[in-house]
Design a protein around this ligand. Structure first.
Ligand code: DGJ
Length: 740
């Protein structure tokens, strides 16, 4: 891994064995973009990549040079108003009404490792030789605004992390109203855009379309990264498959409003930008003040979408997620939400926990409804002390009883919210986000606390820390159940009101940071009505997240498949729930529900007391299986093999690092009569190793990868007595073990 600077040609080259990234200081001092892709040799210059042609209707930079026009130049940090008419990476409003800037190269420095980003989640290194960071400083002389463009390249990874740090070194206030984390100009537009979109209960479905002239984008203006669109986009070549061909992946490490956008101009250049959504964002920089953008990660893959995903998985699993639980197989839990919702007593909870313990389950999680006057969703949020009418021994007493069963105890919280019927609201009616003179929109009967205010975050921190200090709590599920409306803080001055949504997220990160620092052994799971804030920003604090409120196995197949585009299995909360399923009323077998959920941080979310003895025996087997293989499932290399978006089958697999163990999950959606024979080509095995499949037949790795694993089920011929017939929503797990 190296970062070169060629003084004569003004060329920067960041490269490792996998990728190259080329930047050049242009004639006007701006930074030009030359290349991002597979690694190339280093040279003194790559000037042939700055292509200039005289074109009509062009505004040129210099009077004496009618070839150099910004609108035809690929750039790193473009702004609007001086001849580049595309969407900018930066916009700075000034006192005189102008928003023009002229960011000119000032200096650069290269440092080993990677600096942390103040108050923001980001990828990191554990030792300095894991990465190198280039910081290029550009300055707009007239306003005095400086920007440090940060580029980190990691040893052995096809990934580049980028962010921008602004400082106002001028004498006047300025306002940043666009501050993208990443801008990348690509020389053509022959890409399919892949986004992860959906809604509550249908998160992160894979949607594709070819880029077209003009602007295409996804984003969120909801105050959270949202169920609707994820802060992730891939650009892949039309013939790129899951395993072959070029793909670029972009991911924003941020949990608030975001924009991911591609603008294709009429000369076929694609400008990709990603960062905080500029709508309702305007950050005041007084002289001397600074602003750090969130980090964006760009990944290059020549091994298709799978290759791209695996780069994200390994980076996010090992160098974004942190702490005690990062590398540890996750406890198998039982959560009471779908079993009881708000209707529980201590006795009922203990009975669920006891039965769970008998099946080998390791942790009991008490969900919503234990605090304040919370017996429905109309009251209690904000009052983080147990309701003695429901839990006579409080949380401390309940946790002791659960621990006495030799189980761990986990607890649900929703710290960012308040109900009007709460002691907190009665004491501090101005602590929520609301715009003066305007109606407050409501969502789930609750309102959003103003986390841009330090004293609000302090208060919530103290209430939660008290609980965690007093009771033996091993896990926290941190929920967030509404979008932000009327974003306005009673405390911010008028000219800073449009900072509120970013300040809110900084407050959320601050609370996460303080709690995870004081309680490093507590496992945090993020949640936002399921997957409404399932993003890399939260992953920095909470190594696992509730993927979706939809627990139906067939819906989950699509949701987990889509989620895997960017996120590792180790962060995907997945539970077995009761049937008919609460969200879609579908009946699926206990086997299929577990076969999908085991590719995640596994648990149950139903009243096990209602299961038959046969079903409980099955649960015991599932728990045993999970304990034996969770290391491979959660931390192995994940391969998507068949897309449930593209046919009647889904298939994926995880392979252990030493390639000695692999688990294949095969899923059929609908059954049909006399179905064709079927094979699936596996991936990631050692060609020369002989693998025993399900303890029976032995096949070489190359056989399984080149010929395929036979997955034909019992719907491909007449049903014979004694063989279990296959029906709708059938599934199988294949366990592969290399022979010694
Ligand atoms: C939404 C979550 O996604 C559910 O799992 C559950 O915790 C409820 N909130 C509780 O209110």
């Amino acid at each position: 891994m190296s970062i070169y600077f060629e003084e004569k040609s003004g060329t920067f080259h960041l490269t490792n064995n996998e990728i190259s990234y080329l930047i050049k200081i242009l004639e006007n001092g701006h930074l030009g973009h030359l290349y991002f892709g597979k690694a190339v040799h280093h040279k003194e210059n790559f000037d042939y990549l700055v292509e200039m042609k005289q074109r009509p209707m062009t505004s040129c930079v210099f009077k004496e040079n009618n070839l150099f026009a910004l609108e035809h130049t690929q750039q790193e940090f473009p702004s609007y108003g001086s001849g580049d008419f595309r969407q900018p990476a930066v916009r700075v409003q000034q006192k005189n009404g102008s928003a023009l800037t002229d960011f000119v190269f000032e200096s650069y420095r290269v440092q080993k490792g990677k600096p942390t980003l103040q108050g923001l989640p980001a990828t990191y290194c554990e030792s300095e030789d894991e990465a190198e960071t280039l910081c290029i400083t550009v300055k707009d002389e007239l306003t005095g605004v400086k920007a440090d463009l940060l580029y980190t390249i990691f040893a052995g990874r096809s990934a580049l992390a980028r962010s921008v740090y602004f400082v106002n070194e001028g004498n006047e206030d300025v306002f940043l109203d666009t501050a993208m984390s990443l801008c990348l100009d690509l020389p053509d537009y022959d890409y399919e855009w892949v986004q992860l979109s959906g809604s509550w209960s249908r998160e992160r479905h894979v949607c594709k379309r070819h880029l077209q002239y003009g602007i295409q984008s996804v984003g969120s203006t909801r105050g959270t990264s949202s169920h609707n669109h994820n802060p992730f986009v891939a650009l892949k070549r039309p013939d790129t498959t899951e395993t072959e061909g070029e793909a670029l992946g972009f991911s924003l490490i941020y949990s608030g409003n975001f924009l991911a956008q591609a603008e294709v101009d009429n000369w076929n250049v694609t400008r990709f930008t990603m960062g905080i959504h500029p709508l309702n964002f305007n950050w005041k920089l007084e002289p001397g003040e600074s602003f750090q953008t969130p980090e964006a990660v760009a990944v290059y893959s020549e091994n298709g979408l799978n290759g791209m995903s695996q780069t994200f998985h390994k980076l996010y699993q090992k160098r974004l997620a942190r702490g005690y639980w990062r590398d540890r197989p996750r406890p198998i839990l039982i959560n009471n939400w779908e079993a009881t919702e708000f209707d529980f007593t201590e006795e009922k909870l203990i009975s669920i926990a006891r039965t769970a313990k008998e099946q080998g389950i390791e942790m009991f999680v008490l969900d919503d409804g234990w605090f304040g006057k919370r017996v429905s969703d109309f009251a209690g949020l904000g009052d983080w002390y147990p309701n003695p009418d429901r839990l006579e021994n409080g949380i401390t007493g309940l946790a002791e009883k659960i621990e006495a069963l030799d189980m761990k105890f986990g607890l649900w919280i929703e710290p960012e919210m308040v109900n009007l019927d709460s002691d907190l609201y009665r004491a501090h009616p101005d602590w929520l986000l609301a715009t003066p003179g305007r109606r407050m929109s409501t969502g789930r009967n609750q309102y959003v606390l103003d986390f841009s205010r330090g004293e609000v975050v302090d208060y919530i921190y103290e209430s939660l820390a008290k609980l965690l200090r007093e009771a033996k709590i091993s896990y926290i599920k941190w929920d967030m159940n509404r979008c932000i409306t009327e974003p306005y803080s009673a405390k911010l001055p008028a000219d800073r009101e449009q900072e509120v949504l970013h300040r809110y997220i900084l407050g959320v990160y601050d609370l996460y940071d303080r709690l995870t620092t004081e309680f490093p052994h507590v496992l945090f799971e993020s949640c936002a009505s399921g997957g409404g804030r399932f993003d890399p920003g939260i992953l920095y604090y909470a190594p696992q997240g509730w993927v979706s409120d939809d627990t139906d196995a067939i819906e989950r197949l699509k949701i987990q498949y889509g989620t895997s585009m960017c996120y590792p299995v180790s962060c995907m909360g997945a539970h077995v729930s009761a049937v008919p399923n609460q969200q879609v009323q579908r009946m699926t077998s206990l086997k299929t529900r577990a076969n999908v959920a085991c590719f995640g941080t596994f648990g149950y979310e139903l009243d096990l007391n209602l299961l038959s003895q046969e079903e409980l025996a099955q649960v015991r087997e599932q728990v045993k299986f999970m304990k034996e293989y969770r290391e491979v499932l959660q931390f192995g290399t994940f391969y998507r093999l068949k897309s449930p978006f593209e046919g009647n089958f889904g298939c994926w697999m995880c392979v252990s690092e030493d390639q000695n163990t692999a688990i294949v999950g095969w899923y059929k959606i609908l059954n049909g009569p006399i179905q064709p024979f079927q094979r699936v080509k596996l991936r990631g095995l050692d060609s020369s190793k002989a693998y025993c499949v399900d303890g029976e037949e032995v096949y070489y790795g190359d056989e399984l990868m080149n010929i395929g694993l036979v997955t034909t089920d019992n719907s491909s011929g007449q049903i014979v007595d004694g063989i279990e017939p296959s029906g709708d929503f059938d599934s199988r797990l294949f366990i592969l073990k290399a022979k010694k």
